[in-house]
Structure formats: C-alpha cells, structure tokens
Design a protein around this ligand. Structure first.
Ligand SMILES: Cc1cc2nc3c(=O)[nH]c(=O)nc-3n(C[C@H](O)[C@H](O)[C@H](O)COP(=O)(O)OP(=O)(O)OC[C@H]3O[C@@H](n4cnc5c(N)ncnc54)[C@H](O)[C@@H]3O)c2cc1C
Length: 418
C-alpha cells in the first residue's frame, strides 16, 4: 500500500524519488537507460568523463541546490560560482559585479562594453518598466515583442544569448512570460541569484550518482536498463511518470487521452555541445566566454573545462554550446571549429567529439499549453515539460518532481488511523 513506482531516472524522476522517500513512500524507480541522469548525464569518450551536454545553473535554482545538499553534494565545492558574465574575448558585453541588486545591474550596464550611452539608457528604461509590471506580460508575447525598441547592441549582447540559453529558442519564437519569470528570479531573487554556477565535475557526479546512493541507503529499489512499455503492470499502486513528454504521452494514451494529446503535442528544440582540444594554453579572463554568434558561427558560449574541473585529463579541452541548434551534427561541428579558430584565435584546435541532443528542450513558445502534473487519481507526471514557471531546465525538472510528490501526498493519507 505504501509503494510508489517512478518511471524515469532523469533529474525530475530522481527529485521525485528522493522527496517520495522523505514523505514515507517505498520507492521503486525504473529507468530505461543503463544509467540515471537522463538529459544531464556523464558520457565517457576517448577515456574522458564529459557530458551529453554542457550545463549552466544559476543561483536562483533554489530547489536544485537544496536537492544537491540533501543528497550530500556541496554546491560550493562542486559548482564554480561567478557573477553573470556575457563577455567576449575582445571584452564586449557585460558582467554583473558581486554587489546587491539592483546596483549590480546598474553597474553592469554602466560598464558594458560596446554599448553607447543611448543603448544603456534604453535598457535601463525598459528594465524599470518590466520591474514596474512585476515582470508580467501577456501570454501571447514573444521575447522579440517584449524587447521591441531595444537597440541592436543590447539585443545582441544581452537579450539574445540569455534567451537562447534559458529557453533554447531565438527571440522571435520564445515566450516572453517564461523569459521574464527567469529574469525576475535571477535579478530579484536575493544575493547570488543571478550568479552562474558551472559544474566542476560531470553531470552525473553533480547529482544523479549521489541521489542513487542516498536512495539505496534508504531502501529504495532502483532498476536501470528497464524500459516500461505498459503502465498497467505497475497498477493499482500510484505511478509517477518521469519520462520525456512523448513517452509519457504514449504510456498515458489509454488512461487520459486529452492529457496524452497535450504532452505528445509539444515541439522540441536541439542543443549541440562540441568538445574541442586546444593545442595552446588558454588565457581567458573567465572560464566561460560569450561568443559572437550567428547562423555561420553558431556557438554562444565556450567553457574552459580544464580551469573548471582542474583535472589533468581535461587540459586544453573546451566545450562549445550551440543552443537553439539547427542543422546536422557534422555541419554544426565544422562551423563551430571555424568559429573557434577565428573568434578564440585557436587555429590549431581540433575536434574531440560532439553531441547533438535533438530533443533537448520543449519549445517554450508564447502561450504553449503544458500538461498538468496530475494525469488521473493514480498517475502523476513530472519532467521539465510539465506545467510550471520554468522552461526546460534542471530547476524545472527538480521542481516538477517535488510538485508530483506534493500531489501524491503521504502513503498513509486517507487511511483510518482511529
Ligand atoms: C544538451 C543539453 C544542454 C542543456 N543545458 C541546460 C543548462 O545549461 N541548464 C539547465 O538548467 N538545463 C539545461 N538542459 C535541460 C535539462 O538537462 C533538462 O531540462 C533536464 O535534464 C530534464 O530532466 P527530466 O528528468 O525532466 O527529463 P529526462 O532527463 O529526459 O529524463 C527522463 C528519463 O526517463 C527515461 N525513460 C524514457 N522512457 C522511459 C520508459 N519507457 N521507461 C523508463 N524510463 C524511461 C529516460 O531514459 C530518461 O532517463 C540541457 C539539456 C540538454 C539536452
């Protein structure tokens, strides 16, 4: 009676499992892949432990950071914390100094390189308007619509890279409401909330491996390499679906066709991570550099993996991230290599390998209808696509796991204890 089955062991499923154990449930987690972690996991190539995709967290990821601590991971040790920095190798762009908001934003704008005073004033006026409106806007607005009138330099050096990394969509198709929500949490969420937190270790070490150990120590049953094909085998006990939207749609079709149609109807966008080997030492001012990005030079950010991890294996290894990626893996890789040679002045850089995740994020377009966390009285859903304030992010996934367990309640709820 107190057993819950969780289907999927990504960050949402692991969050649900940990919180269900805390609520008193006996957890059985079934994961299709040979390892947990889902879209944020370690992959080992050429003997190097890297990731299926380079990730960035921010200080506002409240529930993710709490989950890390809960399973015994020290965020201060495992994450490299730096103020929000969108600086190119030439020094263009902005960097928030480590002082309280809103002074950090004002100081960053004042010192922004490549912006005229008119650009700076236009952004301050717009940001104050967003704040007056409590970072709310009509559902149908795109980020481009929200930012209408902002000068090209502000769009190119701030809004476009932030939008691509937060929503994985270009400004003309990204929903402004969710964008403003992330901006609000980052800028108004208290000290450190806008900081970038970059993993010093691989994504599996950051949370999934520790969560698996934590769960096993508390008697949870975790089975990997076990794809679930039919939910009825796991009924009548409660089930939490923590698999991606399309798979959740397939599994729920006969239980709630309307829910399944909404989950199955979501569109997805791609992210590529290209790992390169530099043949000279990198002397970047920061371990993460913004790049000038366009269709021919598609990467938005470069990460110095050596400086972040301080592992001798990763000396000279750079991860390049292409958010809102279009095109096939080989052509994107070739374009990124050329971009790195030109913009990072690394003519001898060579490709280690690249990963193209075609369904990296659901398309968070204006007014997109996301399925709710309750499928029926016995089936619950979590995952970054489930209705919530965040786009496809680790924080969205972790929060949705918490939300599913809150709906599930405790195992003894409703029992007659008299
Ligand atoms: C390349 C890339 C870069 C990203 N960058 C960032 C970033 O910088 N910052 C950020 O916050 N977010 C980022 N994200 C998004 C973030 O990784 C995801 O939002 C998050 O990992 C989603 O977790 P999830 O648990 O909802 O889904 P998933 O990770 O997809 O987990 C679902 C799990 O269910 C399993 N499964 C599927 N079908 C079945 C079945 N039938 N039976 C059992 N198990 C099943 C899958 O194998 C998988 O393990 C990035 C994503 C990618 C791909």
């Amino acid at each position: 009676m107190n057993k819950v089955t969780i289907i999927g062991g990504g960050w949402a499923g692991l969050s649900a499992a940990v919180h269900a154990v805390q609520a008193g449930w006996q957890v059985r987690l079934l994961e299709a892949a040979p390892q947990t972690g889902g879209r944020a996991r370690r992959i080992t190539r050429h003997g190097l432990a890297l990731d299926n995709g380079q990730h960035i967290l921010i200080g506002a990821y409240r529930d993710t950071l709490a989950l890390l601590r809960l399973v015994g991971v020290d965020p201060e040790k495992h994450l490299y914390r730096m103020p929000l920095t969108l600086r190119t190798p030439e020094g263009a762009g902005l960097r928030l100094p480590g002082i309280p908001a809103p002074f950090n934003v004002l100081a960053a704008i004042a010192s922004a390189q490549g912006w005229t005073w008119q650009d700076k004033w236009a952004f301050i006026r717009t940001a104050l308007k967003w704040q007056r409106q409590n970072f709310e806007c009509p559902e149908a607005l795109t980020v481009a619509g929200l930012c209408q009138g902002l000068p090209p330099a502000v769009m190119a050096w701030m809004i476009e890279p932030l939008c691509a990394s937060a929503l994985n969509l270009p400004v003309h198709s990204a929903g402004a409401r969710v964008f403003l929500q992330v901006l609000k949490d980052a800028l108004m969420g208290g000290p450190g909330s806008s900081d970038m937190l970059i993993p010093r270790c691989d994504q599996s070490l950051l949370m999934p491996d520790a969560a698996v150990d934590w769960l096993k120590q508390r008697g949870a049953e975790l089975i990997t390499g076990h794809p679930v094909h039919d939910l009825s085998a796991h009924m009548p006990g409660p089930v939490v679906l923590a698999c991606p939207a399309r798979e959740a749609a397939r599994l729920t079709q006969r239980f709630n066709p309307a829910w399944a149609a909404r989950a199955g109807g979501l569109q997805h966008t791609a992210i590529a991570t290209v790992y390169l080997q530099a043949n000279t030492a990198l002397h970047w001012p920061f371990p993460v550099m913004a790049l000038r990005s366009n269709a021919q030079a598609p990467a938005q950010f470069a990460f110095d993996k050596d400086r972040l991890s301080q592992l001798p294996d990763l000396r000279g290894v750079i991860a390049l991230v292409v958010s809102a990626c279009v095109g096939d893996r080989d052509s994107v890789t070739a374009a990124v290599l050329q971009q790195v040679r030109e913009q990072l002045h690394l003519p001898g850089a060579t490709v280690l390998f690249s990963v193209l995740e075609k369904r990296a994020a659901f398309a968070c377009t204006p007014g997109v209808l996301r399925p709710s966390a309750r499928v029926n009285e016995n089936i619950f859903a979590c995952g970054d696509y489930v209705d919530g304030p965040y786009p496809s992010t680790l924080e969205g996934a972790v929060r949705s796991g918490l939300q599913a367990v809150a709906l599930l309640g405790g195992p003894h709820m409703g029992e007659n204890t008299a």
